[in-house]
Design a protein around this ligand. Sequence first.
Ligand code: FES
Length: 112
Amino acid sequence: MPREVARLPSSSLSMGGVLMLEIPENEDNLTALVLRTETGVYGWLNSCPHDGRSLCNDPLYLLNRKTGLIQCMHHQASFGPDTGVCTDGPCVGDKLREIKTFEKEGQIVVLL
Ligand code: FES
């Protein structure tokens, strides 16, 4: 059963914005990335399917400013911000691990 790991006011995530959230009780110190696109709010584990390294250390730099795609800082794999699917780079076709995220009554809820 998924557990709630974060609950934030919707106003804390603007269009095109990305937040990095701690995941409680995780030995690997993984973080969650929550972002808002024109189609909704999405959550992805901050771990690249290419070799498991963090996609970014600073959420300000997660999205490529020209393409709007998620771009891994290591070998520049690109992922759809709403699909999590890699469309370019060393892991084409692989997918980011989704972190269930939904928005309801002015709040963003993140489940794991
Ligand atoms: S670790 Fe992300 S592209 Fe290599």
